[in-house]
Design a protein around this ligand. Structure first.
Ligand code: FHN
Length: 427
């Protein structure tokens, strides 16, 4: 009787998908991912033709038959994958995450599941994911794929969710057939493009209560490429089978967007993503470009929270990336060339994140990033800091005074970097 109960309990766990055991290569990939710290997000698709962001189909209520007319206009002859990858590497980024399919359902690769794709419906006819994957491999940078669960195009995406209501599709459909189609597309991506570092899912918030068969899809991915990391931007705590957790436009623990309210922080590697202006897909009217200072601070604060930073660009329909974006990325890369030791390969440090800054740590060193602190004296908890405090930029010793369990750092104005004063201790 006891054994039967145990067996039943085990079966229940397995059938709920809780039994996921990451492969050794997957665990290694998680470590690599956390060390990498900085990645390039790319939102690119036929929506870029309109230059009004990737939600234009939903926001303007464009029916499928009308939206399809964008495909013949998408001919990115200036797309230069070598230049994109070099741009990311020069920015200090260690991986790229590109939209294989966004919510409009359009495949940016040569899918065999219909003609709604770059090779089936555009004059360009070349497989963008393949071109980029080959170039990433050549230049030694990893590639993740953003893949939308939500689909405004496919007729079997039914019952419909809270978006894409005006796409003019028939009021019937077989949701499981849609999921089969999605799995078949994922299988193509995970078998025809070399090692894929991970799949970045998005969109199940559109139909929160639907059965998305996540276990089946996740098993498929892990079977085809055990080291590929699965993350899902469902804005909730991680689910079984996922390998990293992401936040959107929020640091872990914040909820300025309203997306992260239910997203309790799990124990997986974490990533947060942000835009350079306010848009993910190309938006010709969005001129609100964040400063390099703000973007660098976001990277530093992410690292202090133990999270990666995935920073987005939305390329233009011709395949070029606007100079405001490339300029910001170049500035970030320049900064990282002298400060990278305090970011790459680190985890959150002993001083918890504060309004004035954060701490990070590698295996041998602790780093304090003082981002906004007007005074010369800065008290911080002494626990875990280590020996020999000095300014990372110059190597000059930092004068300290110990008061109870705090150490007061003396930070004369002349020794400060207005962007980020970094102090390093040996462990
Ligand atoms: O709806 C998408 C949006 O277009 C974009 O892809 C971002 C990126 O994090 N995620 C979604 C909203 O949560």
């Amino acid at each position: 009787m006891k054994h039967r109960l145990l067996l039943l309990a085990l079966l229940a766990i397995v059938s709920r998908g809780l039994a996921y055991e990451p492969a050794p290569g997957n665990l290694q990939a998680r470590e690599w991912f956390q060390d990498a710290k900085f990645g390039l997000f790319i939102h690119w698709g036929i929506y870029s033709v309109r230059g009004e962001g990737e939600w234009v189909m939903h926001e303007k209520g464009i029916p499928v038959a009308e939206y399809e007319k964008l495909a013949p206009q998408f001919n990115p002859t200036a797309f230069d994958p070598a230049a994109w990858v070099k741009m990311a590497k020069d920015a200090g980024m260690r991986y790229i995450t590109i939209t294989s399919k966004h919510h409009d359902g359009f495949a940016m690769w040569e899918t065999k599941q219909g003609n709604w794709s770059i090779t089936g419906a555009t004059p360009y006819k070349r497989d963008i994911i393949k071109l980029l994957a080959d170039e990433c491999r050549k230049q030694g940078i990893k590639l993740f794929l953003y893949h939308s669960h939500l689909d405004w195009y496919h007729p079997d995406y039914f019952p419909r969710g809270r978006t894409g209501q005006k796409a003019g599709r028939p009021e019937s459909g077989d949701f499981n057939r849609y999921l089969d189609y999605m799995d078949a597309q994922l299988e193509e991506l995970l078998t025809g493009y070399g090692p894929i570092a991970g799949i970045w899912f998005d969109g199940i918030w559109d139909r929160k209560d639907a059965d998305w068969r996540l276990g089946k899809t996740y098993d498929l991915i892990h079977r085809l490429q055990p080291a590929a990391l699965i993350g899902n931007n469902h804005h909730l705590a991680p689910k079984p089978g996922e390998d990293f957790q992401m936040f959107e436009k929020d640091l872990p623990g914040q909820n300025t967007t309203g997306f992260s309210g239910e997203a309790e922080i799990g124990r997986l590697p974490i990533e947060t993503c942000e835009t350079i202006n306010g848009a993910w897909g190309y938006n010709k009217n969005d001129k609100k470009i964040k400063s390099a200072r703000d973007l660098i601070h976001y990277l530093v604060r992410s690292a202090g929270h133990g999270a990666n930073f995935l920073l987005n660009v939305g390329p233009k329909p011709d395949g070029t990336i606007q100079s405001e974006f490339t300029g910001r990325l170049a500035e970030m890369g320049r900064w990282l060339r002298t400060t990278g030791d305090s970011i790459y390969g680190t985890r959150g440090g002993p001083v918890a994140p504060r309004a004035w800054g954060v701490s990070t740590q590698s295996k041998t060193q602790v780093f304090l990033h003082v981002l906004e602190w007007p005074d010369e004296l800065l008290p911080v908890p002494a626990a875990g800091l280590g020996r020999n405090p000095r300014f990372l930029a110059t190597g000059a010793a930092v004068k300290t005074t110990v008061v109870d369990d705090h150490v007061i750092l003396h930070l004369p104005v002349a020794a400060r970097d207005p962007l980020d004063t970094i102090i390093v201790w040996d462990k």
